[in-house]
Design a protein around this ligand. Structure first.
Ligand code: FAD
Length: 641
């Protein structure tokens, strides 16, 4: 039997980003004991990288803003495939979550009259992003950590133990979720430093592990984004939805090669920056798609007027939703109008005074100066698409974050549904706060209502330990040894080249063949050395998650024979109304478990419930006909107007 350190908690939250921390706070406020487990140091989650801001219809910059307009923008941005209930909850609750952060100690940038300032972002009708310069995510994490410390101080006053109700387990990777009688019973993992095993016995797990971008070569995501939560959920028997929708952010750095993919915030365009091709043309005016015709400025004069006063003109097409801008940049480069290094130009230098650029975009100024030797107050930036965000994730109940597995919850980037086929900028930070809180509440409610707690099965713990240690076992004589770094590079190249921003049937099939080969070769991945901080072993463990999740993306991408949001099929370039309401649901064949390195996945179509009539009535009939089938709109009150 494996030697394992054991802990017992009411709720275990896996992930210490925005979603995880907000869930921890909520479950602890309900009086439960909570463990928060994270792969990296506490305070280093991906959320700290968030730059531009947090979307919430507070109406500070334009009093016409409301939750209804935010809801409309979100559904429109996701091309009407999003889960309308999640979009409703998100739009209604985001302002309260932002204000609540200030009660925890956050300090957002201010308007001259002292209200929280809000900036423009792609796809948002009004300036809506609450921000702290271009370091918003850092402030979000800082204040939620501060709130957690204050709760720990309360616990100390009450019990004499700071960690009586919240304990942080940092640099600890969860590799398996354990069930008993089909319900959550525990989470198994290892300390990254010592390699020793740890078991959390718990009836409720909240997954808040973030995204999957490390399966692509060019990405804005950090080393942590290996799709662990997605894979853990699948192997525990939960479903993933929307996995074909991966967001390629239009503006990543393209030069020098060592920094390719690093994000350039949309806030640059929100603050007036414009995209230009190598001829100096502001090309976005040529790429306003039919579904958005009439909503965006058609001349440079009108676009610039909107930036000064967004009541007097239509918004600039530089701020179309991200999928549209990424495709436009791709076309310009393909058409020979790209920059020397295969991107396009992003110009803020000619648009704002130097001191204003440094004040509003300090991180961008620093990033380009340090990494590319470019002074963005004087020169244009070179930018191009980079893998950024996954819209797909664990299928959850919108109100509680519950997955189909009793006791398993998910929130934040690792959950699916909220953003449909494309996420609007700023809608992730607000999603983390709204649904992190709801998942914390959901988990607490589940634990409170539970009679007997499921008990972890000793054989499952041994199986999880054996699986984690497998990379130390050499393959049988004569079988070639595989190196995790080589396989990871091959996986990234495959996903980048064949399941990237533009896809075709032939390319996706070829990706699936390569993935199948990687899946087989992963069985003989072997690492050297010991369990003490061993990055090769860590990658070998993560690799099985990346391959599993990549299969979901590729299989769903093959099935969806249309182009919508983050999924563009060159061989099916149109958006098809028949596909709008169809979710592609991924699950593990045979129901998961700890026995197979990378289990096989099935992907099946599933309709989602029609939008509630009062929400549907918020949209003009003329807009809906661009997305819906005639049959779906037969009862719409606007029909016949
Ligand atoms: P994260 O913050 O990524 O946290 C994941 C946590 O899970 C980490 O603590 C990690 O250690 C832990 N974890 C993962 N796997 C395991 C495991 N196996 N075991 C234990 N722990 C694990 N969105 C916006 O709305 N506005 C913006 O301005 C914005 N800017 C962005 C800029 C950049 C550069 C990037 C990359 C993203 C940006 N986003 C932005 C997107 C947004 O930051 C993310 O979607 C969001 O922060 C994800 O938060 P999360 O809580 O879901 O996960």
């Amino acid at each position: 039997m494996a030697e394992v350190e054991r802990h017992s908690y009411d709720v275990v939250v896996i992930g210490a980003g925005g979603a995880g921390l907000r869930a921890v706070i909520e479950a602890r406020e309900r009086g439960l004991s909570v463990a928060v487990v994270c792969k990296s140091l506490f305070g280093k989650a991906h959320t700290v990288m968030a730059e531009g801001g947090c979307a919430a219809a507070m109406g500070n910059a334009n009093s016409k803003d409301s939750w209804q307009v935010h809801f409309q923008d979100t559904m429109r941005g996701g091309k009407f495939l999003g889960n309308w209930r999640m979009a409703e909850l998100h739009a209604r609750e985001a302002p309260d979550r932002v204000w609540e952060l200030e009660t925890y100690g956050a300090l957002f940038d201010r308007t001259p009259d002292g209200r929280i300032s809000q900036r423009n972002f792609g796809g948002h009708t009004y300036p809506r992003l609450a921000h702290v310069g271009d370091r918003t995510g850092l402030e979000l994490i800082r204040t939620m950590q501060q709130k957690i410390v204050s709760l720990q101080q309360e616990d100390f006053a009450a019990t004499g133990d700071y960690e009586a109700r919240i304990k942080v387990f940092a640099e600890c990777t969860i590799t398996e979720l354990l069930r008993a009688d089909g319900a959550m019973a525990g989470a198994f993992g290892y300390w990254r430093e010592s390699g020793r095993f740890v078991l959390f016995e718990t009836p409720a797990v909240v997954l808040a592990t973030g995204g999957i971008g490390k399966s692509w070569k060019v990405t804005s995501n950090s080393w942590e984004y290996t799709g662990d939560g997605h894979a853990l959920a699948l192997r525990a028997g939960a479903n993933l939805i929307n996995m074909e929708f991966v967001q390629f952010h239009p503006t990543g750095m393209v030069w020098p090669p060592s920094v390719k993919g690093i994000l350039v915030t949309e806030g640059v365009r929100g603050d007036g920056g414009v995209l230009k091709n190598s001829d100096g043309d502001r090309f976005m005016f040529d790429y306003i798609p039919a579904v958005f015709k009439g909503q965006y400025a058609e001349t440079e004069e009108e676009a610039d007027k909107w930036l000064r006063d967004n009541e007097s003109a239509r918004r600039t097409p530089d701020l179309l939703p991200r999928d549209e801008v990424a495709r436009a940049i791709n076309s310009e480069v393909k058409g020979g109008r790209g920059t020397e290094h295969g991107g396009v130009y992003l110009d803020i230098a000619s648009r704002l005074p130097a001191e204003e650029i440094v004040r509003r975009l300090p991180s961008m100024h620093h990033q380009f100066k340090e990494l590319a030797d470019v002074d963005i107050t004087r020169e244009q930036m070179e930018v191009g698409p980079t893998c950024h965000y996954v819209m797909g994730g664990v299928e959850v109940d919108p109100d509680t974050g519950a997955s189909s597995v009793p006791g398993l919850f998910a929130a934040g980037e690792c959950s699916g549904g909220m953003h449909g086929s494309n996420r609007l900028g700023g809608n992730s930070l607000s999603d983390l706060l709204v649904f992190g809180r709801r998942a914390g509440l959901g988990a607490a409610g589940y634990v409170e209502a539970l009679g007997r707690r499921p008990q972890v099965n000793a054989a499952d713990v041994d199986a999880a330990a054996t699986m984690a240690l497998a990379p130390f076992d050499p393959p049988p004589a004569g079988v070639p040894v595989e190196n995790p770094y080589t396989l990871h590079t091959e996986l990234q190249q495959t996903m980048n080249d064949l399941v990237g921003i533009i896809r075709t049937d032939t390319e996706i099939r070829s990706a699936l063949e390569r993935l199948e080969s990687i899946r087989q070769r992963i069985e003989t991945v072997t690492v050297e050395g010991h369990r003490q901080f061993n990055p090769g072993w860590h990658l070998a463990v993560d690799l099985r998650n990346m391959v599993l999740v990549s299969e979901c993306v590729a299989k769903a991408a093959l099935l969806r024979t249309e182009s919508r949001g983050g999924h563009t099929r060159d061989d099916h370039p149109d958006m098809e109304a028949q596909w709008r309401n169809t979710l592609l649901v991924c699950s593990v064949i045979g129901g998961g478990g700890t026995q197979v390195t990378v289990p096989d996945v099935s992907v099946v179509p599933e309709p989602q419930p029609p939008m509630r009539p009062d929400l549907l009535a918020l949209f003009d009939f003329g807009e809906l006909v661009k997305y819906y089938t005639d049959a779906e709109l037969a009862e719409h009150p606007g029909k016949g107007d």
